[in-house]
Design a protein around this ligand. Structure first.
Ligand SMILES: Cc1cc2nc3c(=O)[nH]c(=O)nc-3n(C[C@H](O)[C@H](O)[C@H](O)COP(=O)(O)OP(=O)(O)OC[C@H]3O[C@@H](n4cnc5c(N)ncnc54)[C@H](O)[C@@H]3O)c2cc1C
Length: 446
């Protein structure tokens, strides 16, 4: 038990940490904290939650988070990039025999990660976190939540005292609101899960499709991802959220020949953060995953980054508290932010630039798809995605690639048309429409 620290920071009992949200971010944070012997409470409002998500994860997540084979429904080794004029480019031939993109069902992945945290000592609380209270800056937090008991119709208002709080409660984070973390731009993503006939499913057994074009999204892409026994067809947008259903229809139309005869088994929509919140740490509260705003532009990827940020935040707490013996403060939590920004700033920046260059007009998208024919581009893209590093290229190949890019853009008329429009990406971002919740509700169920 606990020890009065010689620095005066010591606490007389073990450090108590609450993690709000049992998605990949929260579950990974709780797992790491518990493994380090810290008293850990993981709050999840819905233990069978099925987060609206494409479920694609990079290969490095399987290894780094020690995921067993049954978590991966499908191993995607082929990707079809489909241009606005429906030109198809097959991507994936540079992959080795052991490389793939993992496709999982979130209800399965999240459940697995939460149970593992529990086995390692985290206490799982089925409850909806409502608000935080703190009498003095040095004092503990009182977590107010509605506890859900099996069979009960409504939650019971309950409290719990803790020393630290990690907000892993996703894009609509209440923890972020409690610390006035500020808002971020966000995309609305819409997805339909469709059970298609076996022969059609066979086509998608190890194949995913990405559609680009003004019709499917003015600033993102439409996708068909294979899941366990169905496909997920979806799209997203930041700049014209009210037209999301129209973009979804276009994605369905463009993939129609391959999904026709299918039965829709689920319709879902959810916000995707566009960039980190202005504030990610305050006092003894830290945000991770979507609550912090860690989704990459261009690909809309956030599962790995949620799990990784949860783990990195928990590691900083374990290190600075010496496995729960000492109290930690804002300075200690900032260690997590410093490490995170150092490791991933470049990845976010590169994807941000790629989105601005290639998703801005149909000619630019045609050029983008044309470029994907190059083995060098395929290798760089897959290596960066699968292993989560901005891969240093070969200088000669980089020069060739730069010339090829300009050539593709000129052929596609993208440079001329975008100069004529002289519209910056930033200026095209529509003013904030009503609220996230209202838009998601209008788009579909969340
Ligand atoms: C349609 C769509 C498709 C996507 N496709 C992909 C993809 O293919 N690959 C990829 O990497 N990313 C994808 N993303 C992004 C990805 O889903 C998120 O980045 C990821 O889920 C973030 O994980 P998280 O743990 O931070 O938050 P979440 O997964 O949102 O988890 C938050 C958890 O907190 C719980 N919670 C919320 N509020 C409370 C509360 N007050 N009290 C208690 N519990 C609470 C929720 O029930 C939930 O379980 C997609 C997103 C969308 C919307």
């Amino acid at each position: 038990m606990l020890l009065q620290g010689s620095t005066g920071r010591g606490v007389k009992r073990p450090l108590r940490v609450a993690v709000v949200g049992g998605g990949p971010g929260g579950a990974s944070a709780a797992d790491t904290l518990a493994k380090n012997g810290i008293e850990t409470y993981l709050f999840e409002r819905k233990l069978d939650n099925c987060k609206p998500c494409g479920g694609a994860i990079p290969l490095c997540m399987v290894g780094e988070f020690d995921l067993p084979p049954e978590i991966i429904d499908r191993k995607v080794t082929k990707m079809k990039m489909i241009s606005p004029s429906n030109r198809e480019v097959d991507v994936g031939r540079t992959l080795s025999e052991t490389e793939y993109i993992g496709m999982c069902r979130r209800e399965v992945l999240d459940n697995y990660l939460r149970n593992r945290a529990k086995e390692n000592g985290a206490q799982i609380i089925n409850g909806l976190f409502m608000r935080l209270e703190q009498d003095s800056a040095d004092g503990p937090f009182t977590m107010h939540y509605n506890k859900y008991e099996a069979g009960a119709k409504a939650g019971t208002p309950t409290t719990l005292e803790v020393d630290l709080v990690i907000g892993g409660d996703g894009a609509n984070s209440r923890v972020a609101r409690e610390i006035d973390a500020g808002d971020y731009d966000y995309a609305i993503a819409f997805q339909e899960r469709i059970r298609i006939p076996d022969e059609k499913m066979n086509y998608y057994k190890d194949l995913a499709e990405m559609y680009v074009g003004d019709d499917v999204s003015p600033d993102f892409y439409g996708w068909v991802f294979p899941k366990y026994d169905h496909v997920a067809v979806g799209t997203g947008t930041v700049v014209n959220k009210t037209a999301i259903k129209q973009y979804q229809q276009a994605t369905r139309d463009r993939s129609k020949a391959k999904t026709e005869g299918g039965k829709i088994i689920r319709v879902e929509a959810h916000p995707i953060p566009e960039h980190p919140r202005p504030k990610r740490v305050q006092g003894r509260v830290a945000l991770i995953g979507d609550a912090a705003g860690y989704v990459t532009k261009c690909s809309g990827e956030g599962i790995y980054f949620a799990a990784k940020s949860g783990r990195m935040c928990a590691e900083a707490i374990a290190e600075r508290s010496q496995q729960g013996k000492y109290m930690v403060g804002e300075k200690d939590l900032r260690l997590y932010l410093a490490k995170w920004d150092k490791q991933y700033w470049a990845t976010y920046k590169v994807l941000d630039i790629l989105q601005k260059v290639f998703y801005r007009s149909n000619p630019a998208r045609e050029a983008f798809v044309e470029m994907c024919k190059s083995d060098y581009v395929q290798k760089m893209t897959f290596d960066s995605y699968l292993y989560k590093t901005v891969v240093p290229g070969n200088p000669l190949d980089d020069i060739k690639l730069a010339l090829q890019t300009v050539g593709s853009l000129l052929r596609g008329n993208a440079l001329r048309s975008s100069a004529a429009k002289s519209v910056t990406f930033g200026a095209r971002v529509a003013p904030e429409a009503p609220t996230k919740r209202a838009e998601v509700a209008a788009a579909g169920s969340a």
